[in-house]
Ligand binder design. Structure first.
Ligand SMILES: [Zn+2]
Length: 263
């Protein structure tokens, strides 16, 4: 008998990322686990009526599971201890898209079967904040900025990349990989020409501790600029394709009535 990888029974915390039907009665469920990273679980009988674990494999459920973890290939869930859903995220199509994108970013950054270490708690905390009504666009920006390093892009957002001057007026340069002080703007004619407020938030987002975040207020105008800037960095320097992001970009063009926006 050949044993590929190792198998172990384990109790772990996890967040359901997505699921898809598999064969006639089963499902494949992608779960972000605290200790083993993103893993695909084979759940036998999940599509049958009255399936005993059905509540625990709903999207955006956070639960404590007991299961069989395989290093490679599919893992299995045997039992569930406590489970709860991120309610607002489940009920609101826009929050749902933000949460999907945040999980998609983490999945692209870490890939399957790699522990996220402190990032598991950070992602869980971010989803709780989204669920509690903290600005999802800003939370998304913070995760985007802080995950850049995992995509091999680590812009210096603390001081001028050339002279390391602090407390200056800066602009962002993609080709120099970070901030340029006014004295060095001439080096990059393609710098992004960002205003001070946008630069301030980019820098702040790179340093803020997600675990200690409360609410953040950012003007709509600055939010739009942050979105454009991060789109540019992600499109040019990261180049990943996440379905929920496309959806979020499209939502901008929807009429307010569709989104039940009372304004
Ligand atoms: Zn400088």
């Amino acid at each position: 008998m050949v044993i590929l990888g190792t198998t172990k029974m384990a109790e772990f915390s996890g967040i359901v990322v997505y699921r898809k039907d598999y064969r006639e009665r089963d499902m494949l469920v992608k779960i972000l686990t605290d200790r083993f990273g993103f893993k695909m679980f084979f759940v036998r009988g999940a599509r049958k009526k009255g399936f005993r674990l059905s509540a625990a494999i709903l999207p955006f459920t956070k639960a404590t599971y007991v299961g069989t973890i395989n290093d490679e290939g599919l893992s299995f869930i045997n039992a569930v201890k406590e489970a709860g859903q991120y309610q607002a995220i489940c009920q609101d199509i826009v929050l749902n898209a933000y949460a999907s994108y945040i999980l998609g970013l983490a999945e692209a950054a870490f890939n399957d079967n790699h522990p996220l270490n402190e990032w598991y708690a950070k992602i869980a905390k971010t989803l709780s904040l989204v669920d509690a009504g903290v600005d999802a666009a800003i939370l998304t920006n913070i995760v985007e900025v802080q995950l850049l390093g995992y995509f091999g892009v680590k812009p210096n957002l603390k001081d001028c990349v050339i002279c390391h001057r602090r407390n200056s007026v800066y602009d962002f340069s993609e080709s120099y990989g970070g901030l340029l002080c006014q004295k060095h703007w001439h080096l990059d004619p393609h710098r992004l020409h960002l205003d001070r407020r946008t630069i301030y938030f980019l820098s702040f987002f790179s340093q803020v501790d997600i675990m200690r975040l409360g609410s953040i207020k950012v003007k709509n105008e600055t939010k739009d600029k942050l979105r454009l800037t991060l789109n540019q960095i992600y499109n040019n320097d990261v180049g990943i394709n996440i379905k929920a992001k496309k959806f979020l970009d499209d939502i901008k063009n929807w009429p307010h009535a569709v989104l039940n926006d009372d304004e």
